[in-house]
Design a protein around this ligand. Structure first.
Ligand code: ATP
Ligand code: MG
Length: 591
């Protein structure tokens, strides 16, 4: 646990933590001096004659010999007031610096996580649940901040304070202090140790249940149409509630148990005072003789109590947070070792003049018993238009994902003008315009959806209008009062299916890509619009490579070449007329 926390801390700015520790050292020193001053003040009040004599320094009156006792007292009181004012200001400054450093550490870690998660290979994201990634980047980092970083700082500063207060107490009365340590020390240690295993378990429960209720929330909101139409609101609300209840329980149990050690410690201290008192009485001793010792214990207990309580709570918090620490450590080490947390500029497009060569490519999804593609060979020349068809589950989308570099072949290779695709995936992707089978839209304006992920000042409005027209959206956009500034709702809920697809097409066209890929990218359009669109694209695309996957053979009728993918293999290739002769079922299955 300690080495993991150290690793996580090292990912933040270490020099700032040094400042935090130094500041808390200074404030602890001021606190201890403050306690000594209070003691001194009390002595001055109760015993004006000898009260002005300090250990080490001696009698204060000899220092300010010209002053009368009265002036000296006033000067001393004024200095004490000034000192406490400085102490108060120092404490505020310390809190500000400490909180700032802690929060910025959280900011750095969660940004690192988010960027790393996004950069990881697509196969990695396919394996991970998004609710888990959201939980880690959001709530787990918050827990790391509030239950690990913050308590660690308190642990350091309060331990320093404790040691300094003890020093003051030892100076005042060594014997009583030793007694207090002998009683409080073991009590604190045993109690803290005894709650730790439950802390760890509850911490894991809180960690897992958050992921689960995030997942239920996300799924039910994304699938709201099905949830309503199938009448499953209660089911999802209940599933959410049961996870949320487990989370709530883990938290209230944790908070209760975290209090146990300090509350019991207080109790044992009180018990000690009562027993001591009782013993004095039964022995027939005088109560006034026992008073100074009792008073000191009460004072020591009172003064040490808050620091001790903070220390105990810090230790229990650290245990409670071991689950998020484990997970964040695992993820961050994985992201760091794959180099995904490094910033990199978007590369220039990979030169593509001749051909894409797919050479005996096979691909098997992780954990899947069967290969989705086996031994696929194909070369696509620049400027060619290729249609791909075949039965559902045949491997068409998998083929596209390999071609665009989202997936890497399990065996075989893909070369672009002879260059390995795996070596320059991002540079290759800069050539592509892809309309995927499942369209994704942002809850933002049409303009930003077309330019997707471009900063506003980088958006070329003329180009946006151009591609809107190409995607046959111009009439629709003109009919909107806000035009391109119209917000289209989360995942484009305010658009029709066909309109959504056209936005995706406009987006694919926006950067004028050398290669256009439609994975069922026109399937939501009526056949007249589809024919018009394909016609326009073909006219525009003399130099463009177009790869179209379609269930409707008519869509790819005019393609230079049609490839049939079935059961993960290429089972046919040729023009529409040739294929219609050889595979008449294609015509039947896809009228
Ligand atoms: N992430 C995944 N993990 C495991 N198996 C997958 C995954 N995605 C797809 N598959 C499997 O790979 C096979 C090919 O799927 P693919 O999506 O490539 O088919 P397709 O030809 O595009 O089908 P459709 O015409 O229905 O879009 C299918 O058997 C599918 O179950
Ligand atoms: Mg598909």
């Amino acid at each position: 646990m300690f080495s993991k926390v150290r690793y996580l801390l090292a990912l933040t700015r270490l020099s700032r933590w040094v400042i935090v520790v130094v500041l808390s050292l200074i404030v602890s020193g001021l606190e201890a001096i403050g306690a000594a001053l209070v003691l001194f003040l009390l002595r001055m009040i109760s015993d004006p004659e000898n009260g002005m004599t300090l250990p080490v320094i001696g009698d204060l009156r000899s220092l300010g010999s010209e002053m009368s006792d009265r002036t000296l007292t006033l000067v001393i009181l004024g200095s004490i007031g000034l000192f406490f004012l400085i102490r108060a200001l120092a404490k505020i400054l310390q809190t500000y610096v400490q909180q700032r450093v802690i929060q910025q550490a959280g900011l750095r870690l969660s940004t690192k996580l988010v960027e790393g998660y996004l950069r990881m290979p697509y196969v990695w994201q396919l394996k991970r649940n998004s609710a888990e990634l959201i939980r880690n980047a959001h709530q787990a980092v918050n827990r790391l901040v509030t239950q690990v970083f913050q308590p660690s700082v308190s642990l350091v500063s309060q331990s320093m304070l404790l040691l300094m207060l003890l020093a003051v107490l030892i100076l005042a009365s060594p014997l009583a202090t030793a007694l207090a340590i002998a009683i409080i020390g073991p009590t604190v240690y045993l109690l803290t140790k005894s709650v730790q295993p439950s802390m760890k378990r509850l911490g894991r429960v809180a960690h897992v249940t958050v992921r689960n209720y995030f997942a239920v929330l996300q799924e039910s909101l994304t699938g709201i149409r099905d949830v309503k139409l199938l009448g499953r609101i209660r089911y999802f609300a209940r599933r959410f509630s049961s996870e949320r209840a487990a989370y709530a329980k883990a938290n209230y149990l944790q908070r209760t148990m975290a209090q146990v050690p300090s509350v019991l410690m207080e109790f044992s201290l009180l018990l000690f005072i009562l027993v001591f008192f009782a013993m004095t009485v039964t022995r027939g001793g005088s109560v006034t003789d026992a008073l100074p010792v009792l008073g000191l214990f009460a004072y020591a207990g009172l003064r040490l109590q808050p620091s001790l309580q903070t220390i105990i709570q810090a230790v229990t918090n650290l245990k409670f947070a071991s689950a998020p620490v484990d997970d964040l450590y695992a993820d961050l080490t994985e992201l760091e070792s794959s180099g995904t947390t490094k910033h990199s500029k978007s590369p220039d497009p990979l030169p593509f003049e001749q051909e894409i060569r797919i050479d005996s490519v096979s691909f098997t999804y992780d954990g899947s018993p069967e290969a989705a593609l086996t031994g696929v060979n194909l070369s696509i020349a620049r400027g060619e238009s290729v249609g791909i068809c075949g039965p559902t589950g045949g491997g068409k989308s998998t083929f596209v994902d390999l071609l665009v570099g989202l997936l890497q072949p399990t065996s075989g290779e893909i070369r672009i003008d002879g260059a390995q695709l795996t070596d320059s995936t991002e540079a290759w992707q800069a050539n592509l315009g892809v309309v995927s089978q499942i369209v994704f839209l942002l809850d933002d304006t049409l303009r930003r959806n077309v330019a997707f992920g471009m900063p506003d000042d980088g958006i070329n409005d003329a180009r946006v209008r151009e591609v809107i027209a190409l995607a046959q959206l111009a009439d629709f956009v003109d009919s909107l009062p806000d035009g391109l500034e119209t917000r289209i709702g989360e995942r484009g809920t305010r658009l029709s299916g066909g309109q959504r697809q056209r936005v995706a097409i406009a987006r694919a066209l926006y950067r004028d890509p050398a290669v256009l890929i439609f994975d069922e990218g026109t399937s939501a359009l009526d056949s007249i619009t589809e024919a018009e669109l394909i016609g326009t694209l073909e006219r525009l695309s003399s130099d463009r490579t177009v790869i179209t996957i379609a269930h409707r053979l008519t869509t790819i009728k005019n393609a230079d070449r049609i490839v049939v993918i079935e059961g993960g293999k290429i089972t046919g290739m040729g023009t529409f007329a040739e294929l219609a002769r050889k595979h008449p079922f294609l015509l039947e299955a896809n009228p």
